[in-house]
Write a new protein. Structure first.
Ligand code: PRX
Length: 637
C-alpha cells in the first residue's frame, strides 16, 4: 500500500493545491497506490454538471470487500477487525478478527445466494447494531447485491416505502433488538411492512433476543437453519467502478424519501482516504464511531472506512446512558479507544449529566475526538474539549452529508489548528464556494452565503434511485454548474468554514436575514438551558417573528419563567442584536427529533404558526408523543 497521509500544514497546502490544479493526477495516484483492482480505469473522471452525470475511474473493475478484508489477511489475519460491544455490559463483547470476518462474510454470501440473491438485486437490511449487520452488508458487497440499510427504529410504513422504492427482493431482520432497558420487536414491524411490498420474496431472520416470532411459510427463513451448513468459500463478484453499490435513504423537502445511490470505486477511494487523514488512524489504534450503521456516518466511518484501512472498529449495540450515563466513557476505558466520533446531540445530552460520570472514567487512550451531523454549538464544543478530550485531543468537526458519501470539510488533527464551531478547511479535492442569492460567487474571505461545491469528488452520490430528474433538480439547478448542499456557511478571515445550518432555516425578520442556528447557540449559552430550537412564524408587522422552543436543565426548572424569558432575550440581544430577540418562548420537555437526532423543524414551524393540520408522517420521529405535548402548550399571544 502506498501512503496517503497528510503530515503537516505545509503538506496539506501542497496536497490541496495539487488536487485542485490537477484533480485527475491527484486521484489517479491515490487510487493506484492504495487499492487492489482487477482492472485499471481508462479515465479518472468524466462529468456533466448540467445533466448531473458523474463517472469516476471509468471501466475499472474491483470489489470493495477485496480491499476491506481479503487483502489484509496475509498481514493482519489475526488482528481484530470489529469489536462488538453489546447493550448489556454483563454480556461478553465479541472480537472478530479479519480471518473470522472473511469466513463469516463468505458464509453469509452463500446463504444469500441460496435465497436467490444475485448481482444487482436490492436487499434491505433492518437490523440492530449486531455483527450480522456489518456481515450482511459486506456479504452483499461481495456478491454485488445492492444493500439498503433501514435504521431499525423506523416504523412499518417507513420501511415499506423504502422497500417499495428500491424494489428489494429480500429483507434481513432480527426477532428483536435491545436498546437500554427496552426490548424492541422488529420482526412484527417487517411483517406489517411486507404486507405492502410485492417485490419481497424472502425475509431472513437473525436471532438476537430469542423473542417469539411467527414465520410465514415459503417466505420467512431463520439464519441459523442455513448459516452453519454454508460454505466458507465464495467467489467474489467483479464489479464495475460505476455499478450500484448501495442505496441509503435520506429525507428531502417533500415527504418522499430520497434513495441516494452510491457506486463502487469512487466511494471506496474517498472514504478510505478521508478516514485515514481525518482520524489520524495509526496501525494499532482502536476507532469508535458511535453512529448507527443505518446512517451514512455508520456506513462510511464505522464500517467501510476503517476496514479499508485495516483498522479495528467498534460497534456498540446500546444507548449512551445504559445502564448509567457513563456508558460511553466506560466503553472508551474498556476498549482503550483512540479515536471517538459522535454527534453534538449526544454530547449535549451527556453534558447535562453530572460531571462526575465522565470524570471518574479513564479516557487517557483518546487521541482524536470528532463531531458530526449538525453544527456543534460553542458550549458543547468546549465541554467536549475540556472534559472528554482534556484539551489534548483535537476535535474534528466534520461536515458532510448522505449525498457526499464522505467528509468534505474538517480539520486534519495535528495539522489544521481547530477553531470552536468551525469545520475549518476543505479536504484535498474539495472546492467549496459561497454563492449569493443572485447566483453570484462571493469571492474573498469574511463572507457568508449558500455553500456549493464546484468540482465533483469521487464519493458524490450519482443519482436518486429511480428519479434522476429529482437528483438534478435538488442539487444541480439552484446554482448551475455546481452541487448545491442546501447549507449556509461563512468563511472567516483566514478561509475557515463554519456551517451555519440549512439555508431553509433562515428567517427574515423585519427585512433582516437571521439564521436560527446562531440564535440557538446564543440561547444555549444560558447556564439554565439544555437545548433550544428557533423557528419563524408569520407576523403582521415584521413579516416573520421568532418562536423559541426551549428545554431547561434541571437547575432551570425551579426558576421563575418570566425572568428566564427576559434573560434569554438579553443574552440574544447581547450576542447577536435586539433584532434577533424571540417574540415567544415556550419551555418544553423535549423536541421532536429524527432518529439521527436532528430536530424536525417542519413540525415546530407548523406549531409556532398555529397550523395544526397535516404534520406529515411523524412515525419516523424518535419521540412522536412530544408533538402533541408541545402543541397543547403552544403560546397563543
Ligand atoms: O446541515 C448539514 C448537517 O447535516 C446535513 C446532512 O445530514 P445527513 O445527510 O443526515 O448526514 C449527516 C451525517 C454526515 C448537512 O447538510 N451537518 C452535518 N455535519 C455537520 C452539519 N452541520 C454542521 N456541522 C457539521 N459538522
Amino acid at each position: 500500500m502506498g501512503s496517503y497521509s497528510i503530515s503537516s500544514l505545509p503538506d496539506y497546502f501542497k496536497q490541496y493545491r495539487k488536487s485542485i490544479k490537477n484533480p485527475k493526477k491527484f486521484w489517479n495516484r491515490i487510487a493506484t497506490e492504495n487499492f487492489e483492482w482487477y482492472q485499471h480505469w481508462n479515465k479518472v473522471v468524466e462529468f456533466d454538471m448540467e445533466e448531473a452525470k458523474i463517472t469516476w475511474f471509468k471501466n475499472a473493475k474491483l470489489n470493495i470487500t477485496k480491499n476491506c478484508i481479503d487483502r489484509h489477511l496475509a498481514t493482519r489475519g489475526n488482528k481484530t477487525a470489529i469489536i462488538w460491544e453489546p447493550n448489556d455490559p454483563k454480556e461478553k463483547s465479541q472480537h472478530i478478527t479479519y480471518n473470522e470476518l472473511h469466513g463469516r462474510v463468505c458464509k453469509m454470501a452463500n446463504v444469500l445466494t441460496d435465497l436467490g440473491i444475485q448481482k444487482g438485486d436490492r436487499v434491505c437490511i433492518y437490523l440492530p447494531m449486531i455483527p450480522e449487520l456489518a456481515i450482511t452488508m459486506l456479504a452483499c458487497a461481495k456478491m454485488g447485491a445492492v444493500h439498503s440499510v433501514i435504521f431499525a427504529g423506523f416504523s412499518a410504513s417507513a420501511v415499506a416505502s423504502r422497500v417499495n422504492d428500491c424494489g428489494a427482493k429480500l429483507i434481513i431482520t432480527s426477532d428483536g433488538s435491545y436498546r437500554g432497558n427496552k426490548v424492541l420487536e422488529l420482526k412484527p414491524i417487517v411483517d406489517e411492512a411486507v404486507e405492502k411490498c410485492s417485490s419481497v420474496e424472502k425475509v431472513l431472520v437473525v436471532k438476537r433476543t430469542g423473542g417469539k416470532i411467527t414465520l410465514k411459510k415459503n417466505r420467512d427463513v431463520i439464519l441459523d437453519d442455513y448459516y452453519p451448513k454454508a460454505s466458507k468459500d465464495f467467489v467474489t463478484k467483479i464489479m464495475d467502478a460505476e455499478d450500484p453499490f448501495f442505496i441509503l435513504y435520506t429525507s428531502g423537502s417533500t415527504g418522499r424519501p430520497k434513495g441516494m445511490l452510491h457506486t463502487c470505486a469512487g466511494y471506496m477511494v474517498y472514504v478510505a482516504y478521508t478516514f485515514k487523514n481525518i482520524f489520524n488512524y495509526e496501525e494499532n489504534d482502536i476507532f469508535w464511531c458511535s453512529a448507527d450503521i443505518g446512517w451514512i456516518t455508520g456506513h462510511s466511518y464505522t464500517l467501510y472506512g476503517p476496514l479499508l484501512n485495516g483498522a479495528t472498529t467498534v460497534m456498540y449495540e446500546g444507548t449512551p446512558t445504559h445502564p448509567a450515563p457513563d456508558r460511553f466513557w466506560k466503553i472508551i476505558e474498556k476498549h482503550k479507544i483512540n479515536q471517538f466520533y459522535t454527534a453534538p446531540t449526544a454530547i449535549r445530552a451527556l453534558a447535562k449529566e453530572n460531571y462526575e460520570w465522565v470524570k471518574k472514567r479513564n479516557l487517557s487512550s483518546l487521541k482524536v475526538i470528532g463531531s458530526v451531523g449538525e453544527p456543534i454549538n460553542d458550549e458543547a464544543w468546549h465541554w467536549y474539549n475540556d472534559h472528554v478530550g482534556k484539551r489534548k485531543c483535537p476535535i474534528v468537526d466534520t461536515w458532510w452529508q448522505t449525498e457526499t458519501g464522505g467528509i468534505l470539510i474538517s480539520p486534519i488533527p495535528f495539522v489544521t489548528p481547530t477553531k470552536p464551531t468551525y469545520a475549518t478547511l476543505p479536504l484535498p479535492g474539495i472546492q467549496p464556494v459561497l454563492m449569493d442569492e443572485k447566483r453570484n460567487e462571493i469571492m474573498g474571505n469574511q463572507a457568508e452565503g449558500n455553500l456549493c461545491i464546484r468540482f465533483p469528488w469521487p464519493s458524490i452520490a450519482r443519482t436518486i434511485w429511480g428519479d434522476h430528474q429529482r437528483y438534478k433538480e435538488t442539487y444541480f439547478t439552484a446554482f448551475p454548474g455546481k452541487y448545491f448542499t442546501g447549507d449556509g456557511a461563512l468563511r472567516d478571515e483566514v478561509g475557515y468554514y463554519r456551517i451555519t445550518g440549512r439555508v431553509d432555516d433562515v428567517v427574515i425578520v423585519s427585512g433582516h436575514n437571521l439564521g436560527t442556528a446562531p440564535i440557538e447557540d446564543s440561547i444555549n449559552l444560558h447556564p439554565a438551558i439544555a437545548e433550544s430550537a428557533v423557528v419563524g412564524y408569520p407576523h403582521d408587522v415584521k413579516g416573520n417573528a421568532l418562536y423559541g422552543f426551549v428545554i431547561l436543565k434541571e437547575m432551570g426548572e425551579s426558576r421563575d419563567k418570566k425572568n428566564l424569558e427576559k434573560e434569554i432575550n438579553q443574552v440574544i440581544a447581547e450576542t447577536i442584536g435586539p433584532i434577533a430577540k424571540l417574540d415567544k418562548i415556550q419551555f418544553v420537555p423535549g423536541l421532536p427529533k429524527t432518529r439521527s437526532g436532528k430536530i424536525m423543524r417542519r413540525i415546530l414551524r407548523k406549531i409556532a404558526s398555529g397550523d395544526f393540520d397535516n404534520f406529515g408522517d411523524t412515525s419516523t420521529l424518535l419521540n412522536p408523543e412530544i408533538v402533541e405535548e408541545i402543541k397543547n402548550a403552544r403560546i397563543e399571544n
